[in-house]
Ligand binder design. Structure first.
Ligand code: ADP
Ligand code: MG
Length: 268
């Protein structure tokens, strides 16, 4: 059982414009807990601060104030502490075309995290792990996919490789920042179903970042609604959708009036 906690996390960016400067509060005093086995959706329109939260959790950006901790231990931002945290907290990015290196094979992408986090394994054992990971994300026969380069894969297959890479270190927490928004509509549901299945198998805590309330409701236990850096609403998914408290949430809910119908459209 693991818990990722954000406690009063704020991120301010200083914007410079010639001699003038102003401060943009991208994330404003955000607190929440994400535990193993739970999926929380972070929903909001573009620019609301969702990716900034992801970047702070991933330690790519440093909070201006507030504390991020895993299992009650504040994150250590360097050395072995950071390496251990990076093993436990993994990420799937939005763009499957930018997240893989065109010069490297699928096997190379998956072998790297295995080598880093499990240095005791032999080359043959690592190869077996690569194949197992590919099977788990339904890239089968794995032996066919392992030697391929990204340009020999579809967008959906690339995102499956990115998911396999995120699972390679055997993380406890997975941050998925709009993981299907750049994929063809026809394959989105398949990738989300795969993520949900892996989440259950591994008992992962998942932060599912999206602007789509319909999939947020379908795939998450809880929904947090973000608006201009604030989390304005946080509750069980059905409650947030069926009884929105804030006008902004109502607006979002009205933009996706019938989640079931929308999911059926996605499934087609
Ligand atoms: P979202 O992922 O919800 O679309 P972001 O977290 O990317 O939103 O951005 C939140 C706000 O912070 C936006 O106004 C964005 O322009 C601003 N922002 C993000 N990164 C930076 C940065 N490195 N420097 C300045 N402003 C930034
Ligand atoms: Mg974003």
């Amino acid at each position: 059982m693991s818990t990722l906690s954000l406690s009063h996390v704020t991120k301010k960016y200083r914007l410079r414009n010639g001699i003038h400067s102003s401060v943009l509060i991208a994330v404003d005093d955000v607190s929440f807990d994400l535990v193993s086995g739970q999926t929380i959706a972070l929903v909001g329109q573009s620019g609301s601060g969702k990716s900034t939260i992801a970047k702070m959790i991933l330690q790519v950006e440093k909070p201006t104030s507030g504390v991020i901790s895993l299992d009650d231990t504040p994150v250590i931002r360097r050395g072995a502490g950071l390496r251990r945290y990076r093993k436990d907290v993994q990420m799937v990015f939005q763009d499957p075309f930018a997240s893989l290196n065109p010069y490297h094979t699928v096997e190379h992408h998956l072998d790297r995290p295995i080598r880093l986090h499990f240095p005791e394994l032999s080359k043959a054992q690592r190869h077996q792990r690569v194949l197992d990971l590919l099977e788990r994300v339904r890239m089968s026969p794995a032996e066919d996919f392992a030697p391929r380069h990204p340009h020999e894969l579809s967008g959906g297959q690339r995102q499956r490789v990115a998911i396999a890479r995120a699972l390679a270190p055997e993380p406890k927490i997975l941050i998925a920042d709009e993981p299907v928004s750049m994929l063809d509509v026809s394959i989105r549901l398949g990738v989300l179903n795969l993520l949900a299945e892996l989440q259950r198998q591994e008992n992962l805590g998942v932060l599912y970042i999206t602007h789509d309330l319909a999939t947020a409701r379908h795939f998450s236990d809880e929904i947090m609604v973000m608006h201009q850096g604030d989390i304005i609403e946080h509750g069980p998914a059905d409650d947030v959708i069926l009884h929105p408290q804030h006008d902004y949430t109502k607006l979002l809910a009205n933009a996706a009036p019938n989640p079931e119908r929308r999911l059926k459209q996605l499934a087609k």
